[in-house]
Design a protein around this ligand. Structure first.
Ligand code: SF4
Length: 184
């Protein structure tokens, strides 16, 4: 009897707020005419009586989607496993939506409480050089005592990460400022 080849699947579990889940899924709200053909009966803000009624739907938008961090993290784990002799064929994220089933999550297009999404395989050299650079930078800053430059706007999703998702915001001037603004 032929022995079945085993498949190595790397799965990582996350608990994320619905905004981050929508970002990773690339789900963006867009306004489209109501397919039923309904029209506005009265004029209002931004529309006039007789205009097609607009509804909100959620569409995949590759420009909005950002999976860079989780892709890199899981590929890093993949290389650690493979270096230890455990080949990885597939990678998955199991995401529990922290605010799943709430009005806010639904308004972001997040209708499930849990998502499974595949993670792309990135070239080994790209992953290794990214983390080597990060390690070198970290050691350099620890030795010199000089704080690194703050994250770039694309890395912070234009500040949203600083406000809601950064685990080290208390050690960062931009993070402290973002939380101060939130309180006021
Ligand atoms: S709070 Fe600071 S470290 Fe955290 S994401 Fe924002 S800029 Fe980066």
């Amino acid at each position: 009897m032929m022995k079945k080849k085993s498949i190595g699947i790397l799965k990582d579990s996350k608990t994320w707020g619905s905004w981050k889940v929508a970002k990773v899924l690339g789900l963006k709200a867009v306004k489209v005419p109501d397919p039923s053909g309904a029209i506005y009966q009265r004029s209002g803000s931004g529309y006039r009586a007789g205009d097609p009624k607009m509804i909100t739907i959620f569409q995949y938008d590759p420009e909005f989607q950002d999976t860079f961090e989780s892709d890199m993290q899981l590929n890093h784990y993949r290389l650690l496993l493979e270096d230890a002799g455990y080949p990885v064929d597939k990678m998955m994220l199991e995401i529990i939506v922290r605010d799943g089933s709430t009005y806010i999550a639904t308004n972001r297009g997040i209708t499930e409480e849990m998502y499974y999404i595949p993670v792309r395989i990135i070239y080994d050299d790209e992953v290794r050089s990214y983390f080597d650079r990060k390690r070198r930078d970290l050691l350099g800053h620890l030795q010199s005592g000089v704080m690194p430059d703050p994250c770039k706007p694309w890395e912070t999703w234009n500040g949203i990460r600083c406000e809601r998702y950064c685990p080290v915001w208390e050690s960062c001037d931009i993070g402290i400022e973002a939380h101060r603004e939130e309180k006021t």
